[in-house]
Unconditional design. Sequence first.
Length: 257
Amino acid sequence: MYSQVTYPTSTTAVLSITDAGVLNVLSTPVIQGLIQTLSELAENKELHCLVLRGSGSRAFVAGADIKELASLNAATGRAFISGLRDLCNAVRHFPVPVIVRLEGHTLGGGLELAMAGDLRIAADNAVVGMPEVKVGIPSVIHAAMMPSQIGTTRAAWLLLTGENIPAAQVREWGLINECVPQEKLDERILEVAAGLSEIGPMVLRQQKKLLRRWERMTLDAAVDDSIAEFGAAFQTGEPQQHMNAFLREKAEKHKSR
């Protein structure tokens, strides 16, 4: 299994990592199970957003399964990390925004998975770290996103020291979007999800697709590429629906004065 999907609303899915120990560690079966669930969820055209979380309060994901890692050789090591890459990419390219819920520890591959999401909201008890160097392996795959997200100086500190950093500090660094009291975490995540649910599903998918494309383009190419997407938005009917509703509301307010 390794995952459980719940629907707090018809437009929001919550994907919980399960059967991965109390710290939600990533073994090959867990990784493959999550990839399969994400593939199935991606077919749901009603979704406006996905919340990705661990089970319990001790960790989002405390890294890869050390027992499995200790048994790897060069070939099986490449196979394992390729699977983790595929999981992170399934999140990065999931068709709608992914909110990652961070509570307790988020370490190593877990932090890479979190960075693959679009929005990261953490409890004030959360800590993050990249401790791979302490067990003799480099941080790889989506750790490559760190320099662009938080700058080379901060990325070097995380990747070379392996130290854990409190959520409030990484919020200042820009690695997470919000840090809230632990007891308010789920409430805040559902508030953000509700806001996303008020936005047209097509434009959310379109904007996320643009964000991913812009990552590999020059600024001039990204600007030119976005022109066609702007025009295509009017083929969905969403701009007309939302803009006309705004104009009607404005007219009604004017009449009531």
